[in-house]
Ligand binder design. Structure first.
Ligand code: NAD
Length: 504
């Protein structure tokens, strides 16, 4: 038990997974009608309990309802509606254009099948979105699902645990709660896919557990996401959009700008404009602003406060104030920071502290980015698409957004995910359906065309070699692919007709 949250008894976890597998094997979740109905129920859950969800998010993170509705609840409803509308199309088997001439008259399909029993492990910073958005994909794809909300955002986890069985099938979807022990037991069970959101250290634990059973994973991790401010950036726009994205949810966003790389001559006006914009956004006492969130727990607060305490006061251009009584950390801008700063430039900050580094040539900014792990997001502010592309062409990241922050994550038509240490796999929209789908190769061969097949059976001889050589591409020859296809289809049809006739 932790605060309002009751942890699941360890012995119930294997039972829950076994039950989910038995239900999966009945085929219940494969029915498209069932999936649509459950998606509608999930949308209803969000719509009928918006106020309760807002309240829980406020208790956990002091999230303002604007951020809760836009960043947490509405994307889940939108995604449910998208899946309901597009499910028939997404789940429809896909026909392929055949390439091997021997299969010219046969049927080839890619069946879109559920992976099976899946585990979704959520993180605390967007505890509704990061649990329920992948859940939408898992339902739509026809899986049974074990959900594990983050215990850190305990109020939201408790509410979701209470609401889910009231709206959705308890046979097909279960929630377990807990910390390391409970998640460890869950990871020992047999799953067909694990979808994990959180830090990379636990990501490795998840991947190791998955490797033991050769189970596929989606890892939505984090990292230090840079923001490059090019010499030609519109500084007002840059400041507004950067500050908004950095201090949204109190800097506790996986794709929050982690550090800034700015062209040296822009530093001074940048800081002045930032100071003015922060005052406009949160007043001169951000602690009193309803729009400004809080750090999730004392443990997370202490880590960030220790970071601030280690910064030389002369380098704090804005902010630096903290108050443990309500886990408040002021929007803090730090300048005169070098790329190898051991305090701010090694681990992901994940809070309202923003180091600003300067560069003379854009290449230096690119070198700093390339000297680090591939980030989850990369932001570039520039009036010129050419300059933005110049940076994009020379760097790597999970995603990127030019002239704004976070918005690419909010746009559900775009795939969202990391690369290398910032994650693997992606989701949102159609990609969420794919993330939980097994593409099952299916070929229906014509059982009557045995004449065509005889050519492939031993004993091999020179004639069979010539016919087969004609049927395959890639060997040197004078006949074009088109002619080969045409002739082979005719040969196949003739063989089918011949073999049917000979049966009469
Ligand atoms: P967290 O503490 O909520 O942990 C995530 C989940 O892992 C929880 O459900 C927790 O119970 C479980 N867990 C923790 N320790 C474990 C262990 N030893 N074994 C098994 N399971 C364990 O969240 P967090 O990791 O603090 O989240 C912050 C990190 O997540 C940041 O790095 C952030 O960038 C990243 N993140 C990424 C995304 C994304 O979509 N890519 C979104 C949010 C957060």
């Amino acid at each position: 038990m932790s605060g309002p949250l009751t942890y699941t008894s360890l012995d119930l976890i294997p039972t829950a997974v076994n039950d989910l597998r038995s239900v999966y094997n009945t085929g219940l979740t494969k029915s498209l009608d069932f999936r649509k109905q459950q998606l509608q129920r999930l949308a209803d859950l969000c719509l009928e309990n918006t106020d309760a969800l807002i309240e829980a998010l406020h208790k956990d993170l002091r999230k303002h309802k604007v951020e809760s509705v836009i960043g947490e609840i509405s994307p889940v409803v939108d995604e449910c509606q998208f899946m309901i509308k597009n499910l028939n199309k997404l789940a429809k088997p896909e026909q392929t254009s055949k390439r091997f001439l021997m299969n010219a008259t046969d049927k080839t399909l890619v069946r879109k099948e559920p992976k099976g029993v899946v585990l979704i492990i959520g993180a605390w910073n967007y505890p509704v979105n990061l649990l329920l958005l992948p859940f939408v994909g898992a339902i739509a794809a026809g899986n049974t699902v074990l959900l594990k909300p983050s215990e850190v955002s305990a109020n939201t986890a408790a509410l979701i645990t209470e609401l889910l069985p009231k709206y959705l099938s308890q046979d097909a979807y279960r929630v377990i709660n807990g910390g390391v022990s409970e998640t460890t037991v869950a990871l020992e069970q047999r799953f067909d896919h694990i979808f994990y959101t959180g830090n990379g250290a636990v990501g490795k634990i998840v991947m190791t557990a998955a490797a033991k059973q050769l189970c596929s994973v989606t890892l939505e991790l984090g990292g230090k996401s840079p923001t490059v401010i090019a010499p030609d950036a519109d500084l007002d726009v840059t400041v507004h959009r950067l500050a908004w994205g950095k201090f949204y949810n109190n800097g506790q966003t996986c794709v929050a700008p982690d550090y800034v790389l700015i062209h040296k001559p822009l530093l001074k006006p940048f800081i002045e404009k930032l100071r003015a914009f922060l005052e406009k956004s949160y007043g001169n006492k951000p602690q009193a602003s309803e729009s400004y969130g809080r750090i999730v727990t004392d443990r997370h607060f202490d880590r960030l406060k220790a970071m601030i305490d280690r910064i030389d006061a002369s380098k704090i251009a804005i902010g630096g104030q903290t108050d443990p009584s309500d886990r408040f950390i002021a929007p803090t801008i730090v300048t005169d920071i070098s790329n190898d700063d051991a305090n701010l430039m090694i681990e992901e900050i994940f809070g309202p502290i923003l180091p600003v580094l300067v560069y003379d040539e854009l290449q230096e900014a690119v070198d700093i980015i390339n000297g680090r792990d591939y980030p989850l997001a990369l932001y570039i502010f520039s009036k010129s698409e050419k300059t933005a592309n110049w940076v994009l062409d020379r760097t790597q990241s999970g995603g990127c957004c030019v002239n704004d922050t976070l918005m690419h994550l909010q746009e559900l038509s775009l795939p969202f995910g990391g690369v290398g240490p910032s994650g693997q796999g992606n989701y949102h929209g159609e990609r969420s359906f794919s993330a939980f789908t097994h593409e099952r190769t299916t070929m229906y061969k014509d059982a009557s065309a045995e004449k065509v097949n005889e050519v492939k059976y031993p004993p091999y001889n020179e004639n069979k070699y010539k016919v087969l050589s004609f049927m395959v591409y890639g060997l040197p020859g004078s006949v074009s692919r088109k002619v080969k296809t045409f002739m082979t289809v005719w040969m196949a049809l003739w063989a089918v007709l011949f073999s049917k006739k000979s049966k009469l």
